[in-house]
Design a protein around this ligand. Structure first.
Ligand SMILES: NC(=O)c1ccc[n+]([C@@H]2O[C@H](COP(=O)([O-])OP(=O)(O)OC[C@H]3O[C@@H](n4cnc5c(N)ncnc54)[C@H](OP(=O)(O)O)[C@@H]3O)[C@@H](O)[C@H]2O)c1
Length: 316
């Protein structure tokens, strides 16, 4: 089968197309014939970061490294202990994260506990897109922040992968949503359903909002300290990047803020909730670019640029 191998950590020139053997499934896994793959900022981060690979990817000595976690496709083999999934099912999910999922390949071995059935009215591209990013938005807002009707929710990077799902999920739960982005993202963020838009290049969001019930923050640097200014006393802040230690932890403590640093994890039950929202139209994937399998290096470059609107996917 075709796969994109990461020959060593570094630039996109280290992503090389190769013929390798199909994976062999475990008893609790299915083999998926891949139709679409989602690309996320973490793909570029791991591509460049040897320490992360050694710490998190559980690569065995001599094993070829293959990036990718978001997959949508068709089940072509089922493991001996698998129930609830059969050959021919169309499935999607974020597989083995954090771990070595090897999704940049024509066939992917996936534990069924990480998957959901793809709704028939949703394309493989839309489903692959709604894996890591949608799961992050779901786990941030539902699992951690416990968003509810009437909450004022401030979502940073509202035009990006996680953010564009987060806006829709917060609206689904009846929240009042404020999204941040640059001026070019304004119309897109409001069309997602956000009630207000803040242009981060012209305005200080913490001067406009100081009473958010929930803030979702995936921006690097000291941005999280500013998000702690925007949340109300006793509110909830979910960080996708900064850890709550030192000054961050102290500021959260002084405001009695429930501060969470999320690390998204594969979860088939959460994927099923996302599948339901995709099926009934409450959640939609916005796909800005579709790349071919051979063009995965170009897809990385696009995501690395940090200006993604919605999601970037690869179609096989
Ligand atoms: N901890 C976890 O488990 C986890 C999970 C998923 C993602 N993450 C991290 O969370 C971050 C977001 O992920 P993503 O997939 O949503 O990224 P993404 O799709 O690459 O986000 C791109 C978006 O960010 C917006 N943006 C850039 N700077 C901004 C700023 N200062 N204020 C507001 N918006 C800004 C851009 O909007 P404009 O074009 O309008 O500038 C663009 O639409 C990444 O750093 C990612 O690694 C962490």
């Amino acid at each position: 089968m075709k796969a994109i191998i990461l020959t060593e950590n570094g630039g996109t020139d280290k992503l090389i197309l190769k013929e390798i053997d199909k994976p062999v499934i475990e008893a609790d896994e299915v083999l998926i014939k891949t139709s679409s793959i989602g690309i996320n900022p973490v793909d570029g981060f791991v591509r460049q970061n040897e320490a992360y690979v050694k710490r998190k990817l559980l690569i065995n000595p001599g094993e070829q490294m293959i990036l990718g976690w978001d997959v949508s496709g068709t089940v072509v083999e089922v493991g001996d202990e698998v129930t609830g999934f059969k050959i021919g099912d169309e499935v999607f999910g974020m597989v083995k994260f954090p771990g070595h999922a090897k999704a940049y390949a024509e066939y992917v071995a996936a534990p069924v506990s990480h998957l959901a059935i793809k709704p028939a009215n949703v394309s493989h591209n839309e489903a692959a897109a709604a894996s890591l990013a949608a799961l992050t938005a779901w786990q941030a807002l539902v699992t951690y922040a416990r968003v509810k009707k009437g909450d004022k929710v401030l979502i940073h990077s509202a035009a990006g992968g996680v953010g564009h799902y987060a806006v829709q999920i917060a609206k689904y739960f009846g929240a009042y949503v404020i999204g941040t982005g640059s001026a070019t993202s304004k119309d897109f963020i409001l069309a997602l359903g956000a009630d207000e838009f803040i242009d981060y290049s012209k305005e200080k969001f913490e001067e406009k909002v100081q009473d958010a019930d929930v803030v979702l923050d995936g921006i690097p640097g000291d941005h999280i300290l500013r998000s702690l200014d925007a949340v109300k006393w006793g509110g909830r802040v979910v960080s996708l990047l900064a850890f709550f230690e030192g000054e961050n932890a102290e500021k959260a403590r002084l405001k009695d803020v429930q501060a969470y640093r999320l690390a998204v994890e594969s979860n088939g039950e959460d994927m099923k909730q996302i599948a339901k929202l995709l099926e009934n139209g409450s959640l939609r994937s916005h796909i800005s670019d579709v790349f071919s399998f051979e063009d995965i290096p170009a897809a990385h470059e696009k995501v690395d640029a940090g200006k993604t609107r919605g999601k970037i996917v690869v179609e096989l």
